[in-house]
Design a protein around this ligand. Structure first.
Ligand SMILES: Cc1cc2nc3c(=O)[nH]c(=O)nc-3n(C[C@H](O)[C@H](O)[C@H](O)COP(=O)(O)O)c2cc1C
Length: 237
């Protein structure tokens, strides 16, 4: 039988403290109106690869990160770190490192089928958006908790479902930024190890996504893409 909360203390486990759930109960019509409005806004989101240099206020970035940090996570381990890069010199460094990797990727490493999948998106090794966008959010996945005692002894704390958790948090982040009228790109230079050294992150954090945030350039374009219809993605059993 499952262990009951009352047994926690006896078993030496942390205590369980329930509180009443705060839940906004809506009428079906309100639910529908809210969701359709959210759907209407979210389905206009596009990945933007051309940015103006127009500034984005810090408080908007902070609020979006706070939304991301409210995401569910495996065993509530919150395995995420969001590094906000504003500094022009650091963004320049990130662009240089990303373009070096992407040059090697497009020129040598990428298999033909990957290049063929990317072709309709019009991407190549050049990443000017890493300098043009006024802000980069670099999301790190915290692979395991790391506590270092005064004598240097390390204690590792297991993180459960870290990839799923940080992926959900990134979804929240991108949605929040979009709802604030900001454009983003979900960028994954391959490989991204250079972000760990440039941003001086500890060994238990791995780069997960690099997200430029800003306003599209006046002449920004996006590729024509298709999305799957509801009937293609939804199965009702
Ligand atoms: C995990 C992931 C990685 C991606 N990596 C890149 C990338 O490195 N460079 C890029 O230009 N776009 C990247 N994209 C963006 C996709 O190409 C884009 O989402 C897709 O073409 C659909 O277009 P949309 O976002 O405008 O709907 C990535 C998207 C995801 C979800």
């Amino acid at each position: 039988m499952a262990r009951q909360p009352a047994d926690h203390a006896a078993a030496g486990l942390p205590s369980y403290r329930p509180v009443a759930v705060r839940f906004e109960r809506l009428e079906v019509e309100q639910q529908r109106a809210r969701l359709l409005e959210f759907q209407r806004r979210m389905t206009t989101r596009r990945s933007v690869r051309h940015y103006s240099r127009e500034a984005v206020p810090d408080d908007l970035i902070d609020a979006a990160i706070a939304v991301a940090a409210s995401a569910p996570s495996g065993a509530n381990m919150k395995p995420w770190r969001f590094v906000v890069v504003r500094d022009q010199a650091v963004r320049q460094q990130i662009r240089k490192a990303a373009e070096d990797e992407e040059w090697a990727f497009y020129d040598r490493r990428a298999p033909d089928d990957w290049l063929s999948a990317l072709a309709p998106l019009g991407t190549d090794w050049r990443k000017p958006f890493l300098e043009d966008a006024p802000c980069l959010i670099v999301v790190f996945k915290i692979e395991y908790g790391l506590e270092i005692a005064a004598d240097g002894t390390e204690r590792h704390i297991k993180h459960y479902y870290a990839t799923e958790s940080v992926g959900i948090a990134c979804g929240f982040l991108i949605a929040a930024l979009h709802m604030a009228g900001l454009a983003t790109l979900t960028h994954t230079p391959s490989p991204m190890g250079f972000l760990t050294s440039i941003l001086q992150r500890p060994k238990n954090e791995n780069p997960f996504l690099l997200i430029p945030v800003g306003v599209p350039a006046a002449d920004a374009v996006v590729p024509v893409i298709a999305r799957k219809s509801l009937d293609e993605v939804r199965i009702v059993v």
